[in-house]
Design a protein around this ligand. Structure first.
Ligand code: NDP
Length: 474
């Protein structure tokens, strides 16, 4: 009997996806470049389901029913191309290659075209939820040919996380749309995490609480509007005591953040689209600054500035919660505006409400809050900005005094809050009917004759700055 679907790449993600699929009673073919890993997989989990293991790619391909459906779960980048190259001559017209790793969406666009040229169908599928999600129910963001998606829809729906009876998977759009949405998901994850880190910094260094006390506050926050996986695990991480020293574990962890690049991709894409994406981009920059540990150490004794008071002021705790919530609303508003712009640019027709729906469970940014976003797009599918729906307009209106107080306090005490403060600047900029870009245009016209528009006349104008100072129509 042939297997219904195959998985190649049996590191944590591939192994757990294969086990998840098999747990639904689906026969799964498994393969890994290094055969020892396949053998180990079979020894550990072979009895869990109907697995067929192969050593060679050819046997793996032959063990699949047609049209073949092959999930590629290998290291993102060149290895994906290598695997596609190996598979291509062994496959038949109409077979489906499903790249479920964290590929960069332009690569997915290219691979889709290459596979199509070879008579194959290609899907770029974002999978979020880490190891545990892959095994128990991830959020899945499939992109590519809709007909190809129909071939795997039932399996995907059966393995995805489920929230209120709805599986966290939907066909996102053609070509690179799935990996694009996964990229923005990861970018939003960066912003969420940065905002949490800033709140932790303030609660520690301004409010003067220790890690376990801050952990309790996050636990409490997780019962309200902020209810989410990341807030929940923040409470757990802060509560953890280090076995070696007896101190809170976070106090012995080096303050340098790593990154694999998806936040940077999101920020670069926003720059190219011309979409203001301050929350995610500041989060990437903050990780970059954290990495300059030895420079920071040298600067700490040289550069002047206030030292945080650590004066316990519990009244600030609620202000910080509100500042975190308002900044989070802005970060999501920006991320969704970016997806909307990309959808228009690429003709993807992304249903933004559905993106919020499939992020409610399984993925790292899962949160109660996403229900509100889904409702917003259900009511207004062509919404320009989430801040403009009453729920979010009011949420931020209610938070903004506290948000401003927190930013003033942090600034006075020298605590950096790039994501909190840039989110507020974005908000203040967005709600401003007339900003200072008139002067920018004046300057551009002065040094480069770039012209400007007038508020009282149609057309473009140039002032002859270096000549007689008169205005001419451009
Ligand atoms: P890794 O990214 O660590 O990749 C290891 C796997 O890739 C192994 O099976 C390895 O085979 C295979 N591989 C590497 N190079 C090649 C090659 N040239 N040809 C064939 N196979 C190769 O595994 P993960 O399970 O962590 O992640 C898989 C994908 O899922 C990645 O794209 C990752 O970004 C993404 N992802 C990971 C998440 C996570 O939490 N880890 C969450 C969501 C997505 P071998 O055993 O022979 O070395």
């Amino acid at each position: 009997e042939k297997s219904r679907i195959g998985v190649t790449g049996l590191a944590v993600m591939g192994a757990n996806l294969a086990r998840n699929i098999a747990s639904r009673g689906v026969p799964v073919a498994v393969h890994n470049r290094t055969y020892a890993k396949t053998e180990q997989f079979m020894a550990d989990y072979g009895a869990e389901g109907d697995f067929t293991a192969s050593e060679s790619v050819k046997d793996f391909v032959d063990s699949l029913e047609t049209p073949r459906k092959i999930i590629v779960m290998v290291k993102a980048g060149k290895p994906v191309d290598g695997v596609i190259e190996e598979l291509t001559p062994l496959l038949d017209e109409g077979d489906i290659i499903i790249d479920a790793g964290n590929s960069h969406f332009p690569d997915t666009v290219r691979r889709t075209a290459e596979c199509e040229a070879n008579g194959l169908r290609f899907m770029g599928v974002g999978v979020s939820g880490g190891e545990e999600g892959a095994l128990l129910g991830p959020s899945i963001m499939p992109g590519g040919d809709p007909a190809a998606y129909e071939e795997v829809r039932e399996i995907f729906e059966s393995i995805a996380a489920v929230v209120d009876g709805t599986p966290c998977v939907t066909h996102v759009g053609p070509g690179g749309a799935g990996h694009y949405v996964k990229m923005v998901h990861n970018g939003i994850e960066y912003a969420d995490i940065q905002l949490i880190a800033e709140a932790y910094d303030l609660l520690t260094n301004v409010v003067g609480l220790d890690a376990p006390a801050v952990g309790k506050i996050f636990e409490e926050w997780n019962t309200g509007d902020l209810d989410s996986f990341l807030i929940e695990i923040t409470g757990k991480v802060l509560a953890k005591t280090d076995a070696r020293t007896g101190r809170p574990l976070v106090d012995v962890i080096v303050d340098q953040a790593g990154q694999k690049g998806t936040g940077t991709w999101t920020a670069i894409d926003a720059l190219q689209l011309g979409i203001p994406l301050t929350g995610i981009t500041e989060a990437v920059f903050a990780r970059g600054l954290s990495a300059l540990r030895s420079e920071r150490k040298a600067a700490a004794g040289v550069l002047a500035g206030p030292t945080p008071s650590k004066e316990v002021d519990e009244s600030l705790v609620e202000d910080i919660r509100l500042a975190l919530y308002a900044s989070k609303v802005v970060a999501y508003a920006q991320g969704f505006a970016q997806m909307r712009a990309a959808s228009v640019e690429n003709g993807w027709d992304l249903k933004l409400g559905e993106m919020a729906t499939i992020w409610r469970g399984g993925c790292i940014i899962r949160a109660r809050f996403l229900n509100r976003i889904r409702e917003a797009y259900d009511e207004h599918p062509d919404l320009d900005n989430l801040l403009m729906v009453p729920y979010f307009t009011e949420a931020v209106a209610n938070a903004q005094d506290a948000w401003r107080r927190v930013i003033v306090k942090a600034t006075e005490q020298g605590v950096p809050i790039p994501a909190f403060s840039s989110s507020l600047s974005y908000y203040d900029g967005y709600r401003r009917e007339r900003g200072p870009a008139n002067l920018i245009q004046g300057l551009r016209d002065f040094f480069g004759a770039h012209t400007y528009k007038r508020i009282d006349a149609e057309g473009s104008f140039h002032t002859r700055w270096a000549q007689d100072g008169t205005e001419v129509e451009a």
